[in-house]
Ligand binder design. Sequence first.
Ligand code: SAM
Ligand code: DTB
Ligand code: SF4
Length: 338
Amino acid sequence: MKRKWKLEEVNLLFKKPLIDLIYTAQNIHRKYFNPSEMQISTLLSIKTGLCPEDCQYCAQSSRYKTDLKSEKLLNIKKVIAKAQHAKNAGSNRFCMGAAWRNPKAKDMPYLIKIIKKIKNMGMETCMTLGSINIEQAKQLFDAGLDFYNHNLDTSPEMYKKIITTRTYEERLHTLEIVSQSGIKVCSGGILGLGENTTDRAKLLLELSNLKKIPDSVPINMLVKIPGTPMENNTKIHDFDFIKTIAITRIMMPKSYIRLSAGREHMYETMQAMCFLAGANSIFYGCKLLTTTNSSQKKDKKLFKKLGIYSKNAFLNYVNHKKKFNINNNINYYNAAIN
Ligand code: SAM
Ligand code: DTB
Ligand code: SF4
């Protein structure tokens, strides 16, 4: 039966020594996952900027004067070419984001076409389009959408301070609709908004106490965007970030935990500690939605050094060996990404 966490218990976890938490998290991680395997997703913004919402961290809100160049919906050919490129690079999931409050009825045929085409390429699909209703969720599910990303971002109390154009309850309602439709839920948060430890505990509590625990939990480190109200926020300390990842793993043992935005500015040792604490998924490719990501070259090097490989790359490697009748022992290191 699913464990129901209480706030006091989670607050106690945050008080524990980091080394103990990493040790516990790594043990739990090894029960459910191969610790050398990484899930690899690639992001693409299919509609950029001019968003009517006022999320204080975001480059895409129309409320703030950022350097972002807005873009209309990308044409389908461009989206498919980007997905193919991501697949060739070793990514197995293509995640598409649109800066909308919600998709309109006229957008649905476009979204459905894209999902079907990318599924036919043998990739998993994920979309993040704002709030959706049950009919739209069903349409996306029927088209083959695997995941829907919709973050709770922080605690209910903190949420009101950073976003005024929608409520936490609306967020929870969309998550419920997505779950009911059969699409897998991807939901997580951002650290570095100015939240305290209890806000972090409450975010993880909300996520882990959803009727169905999210299959995928992205943990973002705030990327400070000039022009937004958060441009001068104090950076969260690396150890506090790692601690939150470890507690996420302890509370959601079977979920993929994605080390998401902010990776570009993390040292290799910091990333390695996040993986040790239970993170087992990343965004791969030089761009997130509007900001830059760690380069593929750097990631390949890091994976080789750590002996980490993507599931896809490993399967490609095994198939390659079979095809060319290569009989030496399977060497995971040679399979790192591609
Ligand atoms: N518009 C959709 C929505 O709000 O659900 C999806 C796009 S939004 C960019 C997805 C998530 O990216 C946000 O919920 C937030 O967690 C993260 N994000 C956005 N801007 C960020 C930033 N500057 N730094 C770190 N994470 C960010
Ligand atoms: C998530 O939690 N992080 C991704 C994805 N879901 C859509 C987005 C990160 C965005 C970082 C800032 C940007 O590139 O605009
Ligand atoms: Fe719009 Fe999403 Fe950015 Fe909020 S986070 S401003 S909803 S694109």
